[in-house]
Write a new protein. Structure first.
Length: 186
């Protein structure tokens, strides 16, 4: 019998190289470093962080979406150095439809090293098995080739393009929508 995930305990995993865990206030310097980098926020709906206060606000937002049961955001901590090198998580949880949206970002020093695939495998398993999610969606700007390549490696399927779907940084942007179904996971 399935028991509904209640947003009381924040899941944590240890992979071969990383700890996927809840963000802590002590992570604010690493979060600032992550989001102050132009390359990281290039396809995100905000400009690079300019202060530690920006990072604190981000951490507060992670707490807010969890408390409101809209989503979960984990930090990816390198097990050896204890440095937070990225984040991943879910947003726009639609309980009535068992649907959720995935998002992720990573310090460019770690790009191309399989970090995100390792981390996302944990949270995808959690979504399908523990949360009983039927569909995980990802919305990606079509120019973000690295993100699309990652989704394809994780067996997400492209559904189409939402034309001029969001207004970001002074312009309308298209979003390619990808998804993975529970039936494709099992």
């Amino acid at each position: 019998m399935y028991l509904e995930y209640t947003f009381t305990d924040f899941p944590k995993w240890k992979t071969k190289r990383f700890i996927i865990r809840k963000a802590l206030e002590s992570d604010c310097r690493d979060i600032f470093e992550l989001y102050a980098d132009e390359r990281v926020v290039k396809y995100m709906p905000f400009t690079p962080f300019t202060s530690i206060e920006d990072a604190i606000n981000e951490l507060n937002w992670y707490d807010k979406i969890f408390k409101e049961q809209m989503g979960l955001r984990w930090v990816i901590e390198e097990a050896e150095s204890k440095k937070v090198i990225g984040t991943c998580g879910f947003l726009n949880y639609e309980r009535a439809h068992n649907r959720i949206e995935i998002g992720y970002d990573l310090n460019p020093i770690y790009w191309g090293k399989g970090v995100m695939k390792e981390a996302l495998n944990c949270i995808i398993h959690f979504a399908f098995v523990t949360m009983n999610i039927n569909k995980i969606e990802a919305k990606v700007e079509p120019e973000n080739k690295s993100s699309i390549k990652l989704l394809e490696k994780l067996n997400f399927k492209k559904e189409g393009v939402l034309r001029q779907h969001e207004f970001e940084k002074g312009k309308y942007v298209d979003l390619a929508i990808f998804s993975k179904l529970k039936s494709e996971y099992e």
